[in-house]
Design a protein around this ligand. Structure first.
Ligand code: DX5
Ligand code: ZN
Length: 223
């Protein structure tokens, strides 16, 4: 099943609550919350207190993307803030398995992400510990960047790896997703699509969500 996760990084933060409501009304299943620490990525966004503020207002699945160093330090805080899924970066810690197990032990969904240059093969030993894998389709740090076509190789490799493993694992893509790239990513095996600019920048968010969904549904699974 295709799921859409609008990234709030592209929303109008002067109306944060209303923007979240808008994408919930638009039919998005997940809300993508990008947390950046200015160390793992060269940008700073927001932390658990802001997530806690909107948690009470929304029934969406909170999909928290941690672009921070040593994420184990903050797992408890993001769970208390209302995260349902927590994605950590493979490149951000020495022992990703330990962090993933901590997330699952708290009853939440655990997810791991790789940057475009990291080979998908590093994910294989971690598949037993994850509910989702995020293949970054841009360099993490900023919204509004161009989709990197070469990352599709990792999506295809991961799709095969997951199929062979027998586990049920969602494959998420994040960065530069619009109707065109959603179809490309879905054809490669991605079923959870993060979209920032193409949803929050659209005149009609509901149409944007539904157009991205349709494009992906028509292309999935791997052709
Ligand atoms: C980038 C973030 C993305 C970003 C996506 O580091 O992880 O979630 O907000 O934004 P768009 O869809 O505009 O590329
Ligand atoms: Zn993200």
């Amino acid at each position: 099943m295709i799921k859409i996760s609008p990234s709030v990084l592209a929303c109008d933060f002067t109306k944060f609550g209303m923007e979240v409501q808008k994408v919930e009304d638009a039919g998005a299943e997940l809300l993508h919350l990008d947390v950046m620490d200015g160390m793992f990525v060269p940008n700073i966004s927001f932390g658990p207190d802001i997530i806690h503020c909107v948690r009470a207002q929304s029934k969406m699945i909170f999909d928290v993307h941690l672009m921070i160093m040593d994420p184990i330090r903050y797992i408890d805080k993001f769970i208390a803030a209302g995260a349902d899924i927590i994605t950590i970066h493979y490149e951000s810690c020495d022992n990703p398995k330990e962090v993933l197990e901590k997330i699952r032990a708290a009853g939440k969904k655990a997810s791991i992400s790789i940057k475009p240059a990291t080979p998908a093969s590093v994910l294989k030993p971690l598949l037993p510990y994850v509910d989702m894998v995020l293949i970054m389709t841009v360099e993490p740090g900023f919204g509004g960047q161009k989709f990197m076509m070469q990352t599709m190789e990792s999506v295809r490799a991961l799709y095969e790896m997951v199929r062979e493993s027998g586990y049920t694992i969602d494959i998420q893509v994040d960065g530069g997703i619009n109707t065109e790239t959603a179809a490309i990513a879905a054809a490669a095996g991605a079923n959870v699509l993060v979209a920032g600019s193409s949803v929050f920048g659209a005149k009609d968010a509901a149409k944007a969500v539904s157009d991205i969904r349709k494009a992906a549904e028509n292309a999935y699974p791997v052709s």
